[in-house]
Design a protein around this ligand. Structure first.
Ligand SMILES: Nc1nc2c(ncn2[C@@H]2O[C@H](COP(=O)(O)OP(=O)(O)O)[C@@H](O)[C@H]2O)c(=O)[nH]1
Ligand SMILES: [Mg+2]
Length: 240
């Protein structure tokens, strides 16, 4: 049986994380590393309790220093790269990403894809409970990023992913300094630029019911500038 480590960054997700982890524990071969940024609501302590409840399968990483989605994922990536898991997953903690899609994503990585993207926009628009303006914003962001960078993907800003660990280990991750959606774009671009095989696997995304989004205008602005930064440094992705 293959082994997968799912990285889950958290900031104030104490009510969501136990539900998500319990669901993930029903999938054989799946372990979880919670990357908590000292959430004021005590998510870190909840993650510790989950580690006790599921020994050897759930790990809590209590981050210190700079807070952020990008730096949290980078720390998780490095831990995962140094491990012997076959696959490395990425998922939001807020129940927007249903674990039921994970086995198909792992299977696609097992069949040879280096990076499998849980895509909301493969079959039309599969997003539940988003206001129209957020759908338009996300669609525009993906269209914009595609046009500027040459990346041929429907959903570049999704946080639901599965990597083949050995492929992730080949990337020069230390070059990444961006955060939020820009971080997700940065690492996807890096994978494409390195010639890795990226496939999209359909998911239905459900907007969070509990807690608040941490999306900020600064993070959005960064994601508009990052495509230009990437192509100035590396050129556009050549279509294959
Ligand atoms: N470790 C860490 N996790 C974060 C941070 N900001 C957001 N997250 C997590 O990243 C995931 C996506 O964040 P969310 O606010 O739902 O973004 P949205 O879905 O784009 O609105 C969730 O699991 C958050 O808890 C952060 O600064 N540090
Ligand atoms: Mg969310």
């Amino acid at each position: 049986m293959t082994k997968t480590l799912v990285l889950i960054p958290t900031y104030n997700e104490k009510d969501n994380i136990p539900i998500l982890v319990a669901d993930l524990m029903t999938i054989p071969g799946v372990s979880v590393m919670v990357l908590d940024d000292q959430s004021p609501d005590g998510t870190g302590k909840v993650a510790d309790e989950l580690g006790v409840k599921y020994p050897g399968r759930v790990f809590a990483l209590h981050r210190t220093g700079q807070r952020g989605l990008g730096v949290s994922y980078l720390e998780g990536f490095h831990r995962a790269i140094d491990s012997d898991y076959d696959f490395v997953g990425q998922m939001d903690a807020d129940l927007s990403h249903d674990p039921k899609y994970l086995p198909a994503m792992i299977e696609a990585a097992g069949k040879g894809a280096d990076l499998v993207i849980g895509s909301r926009y493969l079959n039309g628009i599969s997003v539940v409970n988003w206001p129209l303006r957020r759908i338009i914003l996300s669609q525009f962001a993906n269209f914009y990023i595609r046009t500027v960078t040459g990346l041929h993907l429907r959903d570049i800003t999704t946080g639901y992913r599965c990597w083949r660990r050995e492929s992730l280990a080949k990337l020069p991750l230390d070059r990444i300094v961006s955060d939020g959606y820009a971080f997700l774009l940065d690492v996807t671009f890096m994978a494409a630029d390195a010639g890795l095989e990226i496939v999209e696997s359909p998911i239905i995304f459900i907007e969070r019911r509990i807690g608040a989004s941490k999306l900020s205008s600064g993070v959005l602005l960064e994601s508009l500038l990052t495509p230009w930064k990437l192509i100035m440094r590396h050129g556009r992705i050549k279509s294959r």
